[in-house]
Design a protein. Sequence first.
Length: 122
Amino acid sequence: MIAAHRNKPISQPRPIPQHTPGPWTAVRPSERSQEWEINAPKGCPHLGYTAWNGLAVVYGSDDEKRLGQDVAEANARLIAAAPAMHEALIQVRRYLGGVSGADAFDALSLVNQALKLAEGDE
């Protein structure tokens, strides 16, 4: 079996998967819950989903119930904003790419760094 793989490169580049398109929403299923769901109402065409509830789940803290709920909500809203922020960064990069100066270069560097993290190009 090992000999059959000798002609293949050691590591083959993987195609970069596309993230689930936005918008995403943050929904708290129950007022008593520490849990928030991140939903994709338009689904994920890459997976064949027409809607996706529970794309991600964010939990609060049982140690500090009220504060835990607030932190969970803030985290859920930040995660739900990810597709919109990603698109905004792409637009900012396009704009800053045509601007010169040290401030534009610094801003463009930050945008590129964030996009690399979001797109898995660390």
